[in-house]
Design a binder for this molecule. Structure first.
Ligand SMILES: NC(=O)C1=CN([C@@H]2O[C@H](COP(=O)(O)OP(=O)(O)OC[C@H]3O[C@@H](n4cnc5c(N)ncnc54)[C@H](OP(=O)(O)O)[C@@H]3O)[C@@H](O)[C@H]2O)C=CC1
Ligand SMILES: O=C(O)[C@@H]1CCC=N1
Length: 270
């Protein structure tokens, strides 16, 4: 779907700029986007200076078809305050803020059509994934527009209960950080095993990236791909005996994901 909507993006930081890059790559006209942010950060700069997206420090007095909220949850009240005069009856809102509920958004700007979404930063290279929930005011056209905007950075998974967005946050919203940390741990372990640090980091980065790419391209589930690496009684089995022990990675990952999910729910109350 070609996206012709006029878009107001509040917050051009890590996530806002990543999504914006995806829209431009999908053919959104930069003249149709205004990004409001008190500063122009590293990721946003080329989108403004080289690709012609409009930047403003304050919400301009114009009308927009969709407002995308990509500010920190703690800044949401302040970001919503100037929107009152900007929203027309046809405007709808997409929020990507972790934890911020639709009720909070409606408390700030009145009842409206809201899609609450949770993308992730691989959106920057068109390799993100987004979970999304639409409230009852979002009509078919709004949902199609939200789907097109969110799909610019990867697949969109719609959920039918708002609270599931907190669980999505725990898995895929925060998930890239777990994978980057895995690469850091793998590199550190390589150093402990005797490798020079820079070589260990190259091995770790390429292993994580290559395994990720294989997982996407292969029709096989991760479990089968894991088995393909694991020779009977070989080296991988020795490592997996550690990782798959009762107190190994599975319970640790579960605690981590639940901590992120619960933090999202707690953010809603701050
Ligand atoms: N980073 C991620 O991986 C993901 C983040 N999210 C969500 O995206 C949102 C943004 O996160 P992230 O991009 O990481 O944060 P950043 O801090 O990188 O970006 C937020 C930007 O919004 C600006 N800002 C602050 N107040 C306002 C305002 N009133 N109006 C407009 N812009 C404002 C900030 O400026 P300044 O720094 O000067 O305050 C900053 O540039 C959060 O709600 C987060 O939960 C969702 C999925 C993944
Ligand atoms: O850490 C955070 O709160 C945000 C939401 C998901 C990823 N980053």
């Amino acid at each position: 779907m070609a996206i012709a909507a006029r878009i107001l993006l509040l917050g051009g930081g890590n996530m806002g700029a990543a999504m914006l890059a995806g829209w431009l790559d999908k053919g959104v006209d930069p003249a149709n986007v205004v990004v409001v942010d008190p500063r122009i950060g590293e990721t946003l700069r080329p989108l403004v200076e080289e690709r012609g997206v409009r930047h403003a420090e304050q919400v301009p007095a114009e009308s927009f078809d969709v407002v995308v909220l990509a500010v920190k949850p703690q800044m949401m009240g302040e970001a919503l305050a100037p929107l009152g005069t900007t929203l027309g009856p046809e405007t709808f809102v997409i929020s990507v803020a972790a934890g911020t509920t639709i009720a909070t958004i409606e408390a700030g700007i009145g009842e409206c059509a809201v899609v609450r979404a949770m993308p992730n930063t691989p959106a920057l290279i068109g390799r993100g994934i987004t979970g999304a929930f639409a409230n009852a005011r979002v009509d078919e056209a709004g949902r199609a527009l939200a789907d097109a905007l969110l799909a610019a950075s990867g697949p969109v998974e719609w959920v039918d209960r708002e609270e599931l967005i907190d669980a999505v946050t725990g898995v895929s919203g925060s998930g890239p950080a777990y994978v980057f940390h895995l690469a850091e741990c793998l590199a550190d372990a390589g150093v402990a095993a005797g490798l020079p640090a820079d070589l260990a980091m190259r091995l770790a980065r390429h292993t994580v990236a290559g395994a990720g790419e294989l997982m996407i391209r292969s029709p096989e589930p991760p479990e089968k791909l894991r088995r393909n690496v694991t020779s009977p009684n070989g080296t991988t089995q020795a490592a997996l005996d550690v990782l798959m022990a009762e107190d190994g990675l599975a319970p640790l990952m579960q605690r981590a994901v639940l901590a992120a999910r619960d933090r999202a729910a707690a953010l809603a109350k701050e």
